[in-house]
Design a protein around this ligand. Structure first.
Ligand code: SF4
Length: 403
């Protein structure tokens, strides 16, 4: 049977409903808004206990939890909205390598076929080519959406621990999030930059408790560390226990895939074509990815002046103290960013958040005891599968670092 995969957005998506996985609260909403700008009826999926149960019912039980959670969120939305599968697109990026992420879209396809929904399209841009399957304008707007989600999340984590009035930070950020969704749906990047600035000003003006709390660096598997549903609201829990969280950003993965391509070309290819390709990657990183980030961080300065990320080659270099870069995937980034959190950002503890049975998560959990000794701060390796209360492990450590 011919499989319907749409990896290239080549025209307007009129009449098609696109569902975006709920990996991160702002990211899913901003991605949906960006896809609306290019003509899709794009909707951010949401997760809860019943959608996860639905996903678990349709998967085998051995998959890492982002798989049943995204699948369940889609199945629940399809049943709720009554959308014709022939008009439906599921946005599910993929990646190469041994990690299971590359298999999610394939398993989803089998589940859809079993349900008789074989006409659903899966839009599956790949990390292998740094997501180049997407139309250029779409890539540009989606990257803006991604950086904006990193910024809004950082705003919350930087201000909320100090707010005098409960809920003031979340309310202020939510008001501006709605305006940002409207701006992205119009493709209005200038307005988005203005809104970042006005959010920063509004947050800077909120009454706050004086002093600073101990900084806790949060690293790990990208889906679970960013998803408050699956990680049981980890960053809020850190705040409740007296800390301030700094979560490794999603943009890290984009910089990583680009830099990895650069390294692979350098190692595997010779001649003028390879030199040109490396130059092209370098220019794209400097003139586009870096520039967009700098633009928004400049506007966010009243709040995020001390929350800039380190260049990806530095993160990787730190990680290479423990793993070679040829060991592709998230483990290197988790270790490298954790090390920089402590050495350069002054973090007093690290939380390494991963799904149960996660391959990079299991590897990093086995290496972190060495970092713990070298860096002299506690590292909590938490594994999540949607059940129990894994964040209880934070209580004794936070008692020690926050007292
Ligand atoms: S990184 Fe971990 S959780 Fe994500 S797909 Fe790979 S094994 Fe699964």
């Amino acid at each position: 049977m011919a499989r319907l995969e749409e990896s290239r957005i080549s025209g307007p998506g009129a009449g098609k409903v696109m569902y975006i996985p709920p990996m991160e609260p702002w990211g899913a909403r901003f991605f949906a808004a960006a896809f609306r700008h290019i003509g899709y009826d794009a909707r951010a999926l949401s997760e809860d206990a019943s959608s996860l149960a639905l996903g678990l019912k349709h998967t085998g039980g051995g998959e890492c939890v982002p798989c049943p959670s995204t699948t369940g969120a889609l199945l629940a939305a399809m049943e709720r909205d009554g959308v014709d599968p022939a008009r439906t697109i599921f946005f599910m990026p993929t990646a190469c390598g041994p990690c299971r992420f590359g298999q999610y879209s394939r398993l989803d396809r089998l589940i859809f076929e079993k349900k008789g929904w074989d006409k659903i399209q899966i839009m599956s841009p790949s990390a292998e080519n740094a997501y180049e399957g997407l139309d250029n304008n779409a890539r540009i707007l989606l990257y803006h959406a991604l950086v904006l989600s990193d910024i809004m999340r950082k705003f919350v984590h930087r201000i909320r621990p100090y707010e005098l009035e409960d809920g003031a930070t979340d309310r202020t950020v939510e008001e501006h999030t709605r305006l940002l969704e409207e701006a992205l749906a119009r493709g209005d990047k200038a307005k988005a930059a203005e809104l970042v600035e006005s959010t920063a000003q509004a947050l800077a003006a909120l009454p706050k408790h004086p002093g600073r709390r101990p900084l806790i660096g949060v690293v790990g598997e990208i889906y679970v560390r960013c998803d408050p549903f699956l990680n049981h609201d980890l960053c809020r829990r850190i705040e409740e226990l007296g800390g301030e969280a700094w979560l490794a950003p999603i943009s890290e993965w984009i910089f990583y895939t680009n830099h990895l391509r650069h390294l692979l070309v350098r190692e595997q290819s010779r001649g003028p074509a390879a030199i040109l390709e490396r130059l092209r990657i370098w220019l794209e990183t400097r003139l586009f990815f870096d520039r967009v980030e700098r633009l928004y961080y400049r506007r966010a300065a009243p709040v995020l002046e001390d929350r800039h990320e380190h260049p990806i080659d530095q993160v990787m270099r730190e990680g290479m103290n423990y793993l070679p870069w040829q060991f592709e995937g998230e483990a290197l980034l988790t270790l490298g960013r954790a090390s920089l959190f402590v050495k350069r950002d002054g973090a007093k503890a690290i939380v390494n958040a991963s799904p149960m049975f996660c391959m990079p998560g299991t590897i990093t959990a086995s290496i972190f005891p060495r970092l713990e000794k070298e860096l002299g701060v506690p590292v909590i390796c938490n594994f999540y599968d949607g059940s129990g209360e894994p964040n209880q492990s934070l209580v004794p450590v936070m008692h020690y670092v926050a007292s």
